[in-house]
Design a protein around this ligand. Structure first.
Ligand code: SF4
Ligand code: SF4
Length: 479
């Protein structure tokens, strides 16, 4: 192998620290509003109460691991209904695809937790250490007393936010007011402190230190979305046809006075200075751009100051960029095959989930045949099979009547369970509970089947008359 095949020098460019500058404008305001709403919901939701009646938790959103329940306002999900989460994941994926098809990485720029917390951490940094210029100067001056004090305060505030982020997370897994009290008095379970520690560390590291590197190097979504996007998706775009050749205001005036072409970009670098990932959008769409729109605000401000039309950077499509170069009017197609397919998939999955949620049964029954032994031959020649029966009651306390069908002459028995006047077994199940009972199906000698028979154990809710059934089989010595 020849030495020519080796690349000399480092394979990767050294990382330049990003010092995003404060910016004002339409997209910055939208980002502040989204930040306040999303963080407000995250931190405060565990304290929202929801009355579900006596004996049930009053927290609106609760993951109740000990009782294996998930509560979301009026919805209560049992472990058997975990498929709803699968549906939610499909809906979330489709929503992400749809957002991407309409407006590129709008999720990354406005709603992704990494973006939201990093934005908050930047705001704290700016408040403590000053804007871009002050922070750069401080770093250049080195560890002066003021710099040490500012950095210490900044990290303290970051850790407080990170700690509260971890604290809010665990409140979704227990009654929030009680857990807050237990945490404060060091009586909470160890696992709560452990999770607070983990979430504190990850928030502090990702939002305070890794920042834009999470988006550029760690997150898979930019790679995936690059394969999903098309020329009709809106992306933050530098309108080079209008901006180039870039030059200062003075040079542009001189060039125009001589009949030469001068673009609207004055090469002020404001779009780069405000960028949270340090991208120069004038180089075109790139992986580092999270489509946050802050460079639009920065450039619009510059354009207003120099009395030129805003919109040198804006949300635009590849199709329109081409049409602009050809002197044609822009066109937009938010409704096209892929967006309609994503929207239809969301409507179908959402519709199925809603229908199944509204029509789901509040009761259920499961039966498990005992394996050892499969059957018992009785002294009189009869045969008995044993089963574990589990009744599920997702609502108020109720009674069930049990009967067996599919095997003529079969009798249902259960130790310690009362019988109704009609001879059927009657079982009470408490509110929002399951009850497991060992039952037997027994046949007299003359009714023993020669081969295994399918049977059905039916449980009838004595309040509503609704019947649920579980199928199994009855085994005899002749099998
Ligand atoms: S280039 Fe503009 S839109 Fe992209 S990340 Fe930077 S500021 Fe945001
Ligand atoms: S902010 Fe606008 S004018 Fe200034 S460099 Fe960026 S694109 Fe050019």
């Amino acid at each position: 192998m020849s030495n020519d095949t080796f690349i000399e020098g480092p394979l990767y460019a050294p990382r330049a620290k990003v010092y995003p500058q404060a910016v004002h404008g339409r997209f910055r305001r939208i980002k502040w509003v989204i930040l306040c709403i999303t963080l407000g919901v995250y931190y405060l939701l565990p304290f929202v109460r929801w009355d579900r009646g006596p004996g049930l938790p009053s927290q609106a959103v609760l993951v109740d691991f000990p009782h294996r329940r998930f509560y979301f306002f009026f919805i209560e999900l049992w472990p058997q209904e975990v498929y709803y989460f699968t549906g939610l994941l499909i809906l979330a994926a489709m929503a992400l695809f749809l957002m991407n098809a309409v407006a590129g990485r709008i999720w990354c720029g406005y709603m992704c937790p990494q973006t939201v917390w990093t934005d908050l951490f930047y705001a704290v940094e700016r408040w403590v250490e000053g804007d871009r210029r002050e922070r750069m100067m401080s770093d250049k001056r080195g560890w002066t007393f003021t710099h040490v004090r500012q950095v210490a305060l900044k990290h303290f505030l970051w850790l407080m936010i990170a700690w509260w982020t971890g604290g809010a997370w665990v409140l979704y897994f227990a009654d929030a007011p009680t857990l807050v009290k237990d945490l404060a008095t060091f009586q909470a379970p160890f696992i709560a402190y452990l999770w607070i520690g983990i979430l504190t560390a990850t928030t502090y590291i990702f939002a305070g230190h890794a920042r834009e590197q999470v988006c550029i190097y760690m997150c898979p979504w930019p790679r995936i979305q690059a394969a999903l996007t098309d020329e009709w998706a809106l992306n933050v775009t530098y309108r080079g046809d209008r901006g180039e050749p870039r030059m200062s205001v003075k040079k542009a005036e001189q060039a125009r006075a001589h009949g030469e072409t001068a673009g609207d970009c004055v090469d002020c670098h404001q779009c780069i200075n405000v960028c949270p990932t340090g991208v120069d959008i004038r180089d075109g769409i790139q992986l580092g751009c999270i489509q946050c729109g802050l460079c639009i605000d920065a450039c619009d401000t510059v354009m207003e100051q120099i009395d030129r039309p805003t919109g040198l950077i804006g949300y635009d499509t590849d199709v329109n960029m081409q049409r602009r170069r050809e002197g044609k009017a822009p066109i937009y197609r938010p409704a096209r095959a892929r967006t309609l397919v994503y929207a239809a998939a969301m409507a179908i999955v959402g519709g199925i989930m809603l229908y199944s949620l509204l029509t789901r049964s509040m009761i259920d029954v499961n039966v498990l045949h005992e394996r050892n032994p499969l059957f018992v031959q009785l002294a009189d020649g009869g045969v008995r099979n044993d089963y574990s029966l589990r009744l599920l009651n997702k609502g108020a306390e109720r009674s069930f009547a049990l009967e067996v069908s599919g095997l003529p002459g079969a009798k249902l028995q259960a130790a310690g369970v009362s019988r109704r006047p009609d001879g059927k077994l009657a079982i009470d199940v408490g509110q929002d509970q399951t009850r497991e009972v060992r039952i037997s199906v027994q046949v007299d000698p003359g009714a023993v089947p020669a081969k295994p028979v399918d049977i059905s154990i039916e449980a009838t809710d004595l309040t509503t008359g609704q019947t649920v059934a579980a199928r199994d089989h009855f085994v005899s010595p002749g099998r």
